[in-house]
Design a protein around this ligand. Structure first.
Ligand SMILES: Nc1ncnc2c1ncn2[C@@H]1O[C@H](COP(=O)(O)OP(=O)(O)OP(=O)(O)O)[C@@H](O)[C@H]1O
Ligand SMILES: [Mg+2]
Length: 177
């Protein structure tokens, strides 16, 4: 059964603005916001607690198993800092959010991140790690890079994604005709 609603990944370095974008996009479109961090916790899809990084080590096989009945049906916005584990056949669009490193520093600092974790995340943003991961894992034409520097960027970006969704649905109708 082809999907009648797309699956969209919103990814990027921690604190780039993924959840802020997903919240607005879900409200505007009715697509379901899947916060993977929450799912990992709620469904126990983790191997162990990483004390150094104060985060769970995710069991990716368990996570995919727990999503395989819902995700392929379509209509989900996937909110996570990684994207390369999802099968290509499940995903229609990958949005990689990017931000200026000084702005990212301020956002991470406001969260009281330990210095080492903060620096690792800044390096990751500067080295475009998530963008490379997205481009290596999916067809280039479904990977888009959007700026998330100012509060006003959220609305502009969400508007662009809504236009993309509208076009995706129109293409479905044309293909079916
Ligand atoms: N475009 C933006 N301009 C200014 N501030 C922003 C922008 N996007 C997000 N923020 C702020 O940055 C902080 C982090 O945002 P958010 O929680 O959406 O990031 P995230 O990518 O979901 O982080 P995590 O990976 O930890 O879940 C919040 O305080 C939010 O208000
Ligand atoms: Mg978030």
């Amino acid at each position: 059964m082809p999907r009648t609603n797309p699956n969209i990944i919103i990814t990027g370095t921690p604190a780039v603005g993924k959840t802020s974008h997903c919240d607005v996009l879900a409200t505007n479109t009715g697509l379901k916001h899947l916060c993977i961090n929450q799912i990992v916790k709620d469904r126990g899809c983790h191997e162990c607690w990483d004390e150094e990084h104060k985060s769970w080590i995710v069991d990716e096989d368990k996570l995919l198993d727990s999503l395989e009945d819902e995700l392929p049906q379509g209509g989900y916005i996937i909110d996570w800092h990684a994207c390369d584990l999802f099968p290509k056949s499940w995903i229609d669009l990958i949005v990689v959010l990017r931000t200026d490193s000084t702005k990212l520093y301020d956002r991470l600092k406001a969260r009281n991140y330990p210095e080492q974790k903060l620096q690792e995340n800044l390096d990751s943003e500067i080295m475009e790690v998530l963008l490379d991961e997205a481009r290596e894992s999916y067809d280039e034409e479904i990977v888009i890079e959007l700026r998330s520097d100012e509060a006003g960027d959220v609305e502009g970006n969400v508007g662009r994604i809504e236009t993309w969704i509208k076009n995706w649905k129109e293409d479905l109708v044309v293909e079916a005709a």
